[in-house]
Design a protein around this ligand. Structure first.
Ligand SMILES: [Zn+2]
Length: 58
């Protein structure tokens, strides 16, 4: 189990999502930070995604 790369929140209650951050690269972040990155358009799409990330769920 890891911790969020941005807010250091971790533990079994925290589900981490992979995010391709524009400055930090591929990082694992918690749901809150992921949504924050998403809303602020800080993530890179299409480059490192394996097709299973939350951003490409259709
Ligand atoms: Zn976080």
């Amino acid at each position: 189990m890891g911790v969020c790369a941005l807010c250091s929140k971790g533990g079994e209650e925290t589900s981490l999502l992979e995010a391709a951050h524009k400055e930090l690269g591929k990082i694992m972040v918690c749901r809150d930070c992921w949504r924050d990155l998403y809303q602020k358009n800080r993530m890179v799409y299409g480059s490192t995604c394996s097709g299973k990330c939350s951003a490409c769920a259709r």
